[in-house]
Write a new protein. Structure first.
Length: 270
């Protein structure tokens, strides 16, 4: 004897468990991001003193990791539970949030294309603010060093931007040994050196600019990124399209499952 839950309509198991599988990846990834972010904060002592978060003038990369983790965890949880329990409210929350994120990404892409000068100014301002906080947070320091080393650049517009940092500022009264220098990530690497010389940028800006070319990168990171984008436009476009397709697929699964559940409820009402 077989038992059929619905006589006139039924929820597709394919869509139900496909949506569950889709969201379990979000949920697990969100947990991983949250765990990594909380661990990083505990290592920096932020969890014992939350005022350190507001004390940093630049970007704390851990905050970004935690925000992404919270969003992915929440979406994954809503999608998984909504699919398994056939909960329309959770499914609509999941679907609506994905649609909002998709439209936000689209708006940012259009804004970046139409208002390039404004975006360039905001990026410059953002980079300069983070230069000021270079020595205040180890994660921020590592990101800036990686950006400069990978893109062979120094500062936002050039090496002079390191005057925004009190430790590197040539005009400050600071007695820092790094005064009038640049971080080691600005230095042109020597292939013969097996150990990174972290003092290679000391006093470099006390020399004439004609001598900088042989020792440090003189191109600003904004110009380096502007040059990188046209060369890798197909990669950037491919990543954007792949993310968009994943989001559209998630929206399709959620909307289909919602329609099935509503159809079942409507058939059971008669």
């Amino acid at each position: 004897m077989h038992y059929y839950r619905y006589s006139n309509a039924e929820v597709s198991c394919w869509y139900k468990y496909l949506l569950f599988s889709y969201n379990i990846v979000f949920w697990v990834t969100g947990v991983a991001f949250l765990a990594a972010g909380l661990w990083a904060w505990s290592e920096k002592g932020v969890l014992s003193d939350l005022t350190k978060v507001t004390g940093l003038h630049g970007l704390d990369p851990v905050v970004l990791v935690l925000v992404v983790g919270i969003v992915m965890f929440t979406l994954g949880f809503a999608g998984c539970v909504g699919a398994l329990r056939e909960n329309i409210c959770l499914l609509k929350f999941f679907c609506g949030t994905i649609v909002f994120i998709f439209l936000l990404e689209l708006a940012v892409a259009v804004m970046a294309f139409l208002f390039q000068d404004w975006v360039r100014d905001r990026v410059k301002e953002f980079f300069e603010n983070n230069i000021k906080s270079y020595r205040d947070d180890i994660d921020l320091q590592n990101i800036i060093d990686s950006l400069q080393r990978i893109n062979h650049c120094c500062g936002a517009q050039g090496p002079e931007d390191w005057d925004f940092n009190i430790y590197f500022d040539c005009k400050s009264e600071s007695k820092s040994r790094e005064k009038c220098g640049v971080p080691f990530s600005c230095c042109i690497p020597d292939p013969a050196q097996k150990v990174v010389n972290t003092q290679c940028g000391y006093d470099i800006r006390k020399k004439s600019k004609s001598q900088w070319d042989d020792q440090i990168f003189v191109k600003g990171c904004i110009h380096a990124l502007e040059a990188w984008l046209p060369r890798n436009i197909y990669i950037v476009a491919g990543v954007f399209i792949a993310i968009s397709l994943l989001q559209i697929f998630g929206i399709f699964l959620a909307r289909t499952l919602i329609s099935d559940i509503e159809a079942v409820k409507a058939s059971n009402a008669f």
